[in-house]
Design a binder for this molecule. Structure first.
Ligand SMILES: [Zn+2]
Length: 248
């Protein structure tokens, strides 16, 4: 058995485990951001509905004030009637009062319209508020769970990293360097089994003489096509799987 090759296979298994966890680990911040975005959209709808409701109330208040002012004007006009000297003056004041009354009638229609609007908006605001409060809790809980899961993932990743460091200490500098290079260049896979003379990663044949050499297991070899390190899985010492590292 070649210690270097066995270490390399161990290193690869740890690397695969890390890659599997990293996907979830890196996905978490995006998922949290999506939860926050969805909630803030809902909250935004609630706040804009609330602003509409407050605006309608303010407008209703203004219309009511207009009506009060117009009524005061009518009262003033009526008082002036006591002092009129001519029929013409009397007619003028009557017309003035009629105008005010017409304005009041229009304002009253507007006030009714606004009241209906306010009532409708109040219902919508209450409904949205309930939904927002419910979703606030749901979003917080989802975020908390994701953060908790990610903290556990981080712990596992750290343990795998630590284990890799230990394995690296058993590897020659040269092998380490080539391994890192292959991991980067060859889709995260630096070592491949060769079965029936075929590299299990690039699926190309290695020359028969090389395959015989590989089975003798005397020196570290690389696939002539993809340059990954290769091993013959017929040797039990290289038959490692993720289950051999279950505790990590
Ligand atoms: Zn290959």
């Amino acid at each position: 058995m070649q210690e270097q090759l066995r270490s390399l296979i161990e290193y690869q298994i740890l690397e695969d485990k890390k890659a599997g966890l990293l996907q979830d680990y890196e996905e978490a911040p995006r998922r949290i951001a999506a939860i926050e975005k969805e909630f803030s959209q809902l909250e935004g709808e609630y706040l804009s509905r609330k602003a509409e409701h407050e605006n309608a109330q303010r407008m209703h208040g203004m219309v009511e004030q207009n009506i009060t002012d117009l009524e005061a004007k009518i009262a003033r006009s009526k008082r002036r009637m006591n002092d009129v000297k001519t029929n013409k003056e009397y007619q003028a004041i009557m017309r003035e009062i009629d105008e005010y009354k017409k304005e009041i009638s229009a304002k009253e229609d507007k006030a009714l319209e606004l009241m209906a609007e306010i009532e409708k908006l109040a219902g919508e605001v209450a409904e949205k508020e309930k939904e927002v409060e419910k979703q606030r809790l749901v979003a917080a809980e989802s975020k908390r769970r994701l953060q908790e899961e990610n903290a556990l993932l981080k712990e596992r990743l750290d343990r795998l990293e630590e284990a890799q460091t230990k394995v690296r200490q058993k590897m020659d500098q040269n092998v380490q360097k080539k391994t890192e290079f292959l991991l980067k260049r060859q889709a995260g896979i630096a070592v491949a089994a060769v079965e029936n003379g075929v590299c299990s990663e690039c699926h190309l044949n290695i020359p028969p003489q090389k395959f015989i050499e590989l089975q003798r297991d005397e020196s570290l070899m690389q696939c002539p096509h993809c340059h990954r390190f290769v091993y013959y899985p017929g040797h039990d010492c290289y038959k490692l799987t993720a289950e051999d590292f279950e505790n990590l």
